[in-house]
Write a protein of this length. Structure first.
Length: 189
């Protein structure tokens, strides 16, 4: 958990940022988190019984998605694939690299952190557009504050409460503290 003044991908500002990559850099921790998510998913037998693929948004979701697919594969004995979406030059979320989904696929969308669910919904649209079914969403950290975000079951390893503000209402901006986009060194102002 980093402290400072952050611009989140949602466009909101925050004084804390959960940098999941710092946890996931340890493969044993990533695996343990994936097992914990699997145990959460276990409440939803429908997901575990049907899932054929995990799809995550690049870059943040890739490592955890891979680990979740591995655990699902081990526990179900089925060939659960791990795919990821990425943005094209126009900023549109797409499947590249020859990744394909079909109407035979039941997809668990996996993220590291879910806040507004915006990027998750973009991944869901890619999956639906490919004719596959989204059976659920899973993540390491649910930062939504309990907001209902999706029309499919949503499971998280843990819920994390972090205060966020619209930029115009951000007290850190009001103090003139430089805002930083997490994961980069770039200062925004
Ligand atoms: Zn701010």
């Amino acid at each position: 958990m980093l402290e400072g003044h952050f611009l989140l991908s949602s466009g909101l500002h925050s004084d804390r940022y959960l940098q999941c990559a710092l946890m996931l850099q340890h493969p044993d921790v990533a695996e343990r988190l994936a097992v914990l998510l699997y145990q959460e998913l276990g409440r939803d037998r429908d997901i575990v019984n049907r899932v054929t693929a995990v799809v995550s948004p690049a870059i943040g979701g890739i490592v955890f998605g891979q680990e979740v697919a591995r655990v699902l594969r081990t526990m179900t004995g089925r060939d659960v694939r791990a795919l990821f979406t990425e943005r094209d030059d126009a900023g549109t979320m797409v499947l590249r690299r020859g990744f394909t989904l079909s109407s035979d696929d039941a997809v668990l969308v996996v993220e590291d952190v879910v806040t507004t669910g915006k990027s998750t919904r973009e991944v869901m649209a890619v999956v639906s557009g490919a004719g596959a079914a989204v059976v659920g969403v899973g993540c390491v950290a649910d930062r939504s504050g309990g907001m209902p975000l999706f029309e499919v079951p949503f499971h998280a390893v843990t819920a994390v409460a972090i205060r966020t503000w619209q930029p115009a209402e951000c007290p850190l901006c009001a103090q003139g503290i430089p805002c930083v986009k997490p994961g980069s060194r770039k200062q925004l102002r």
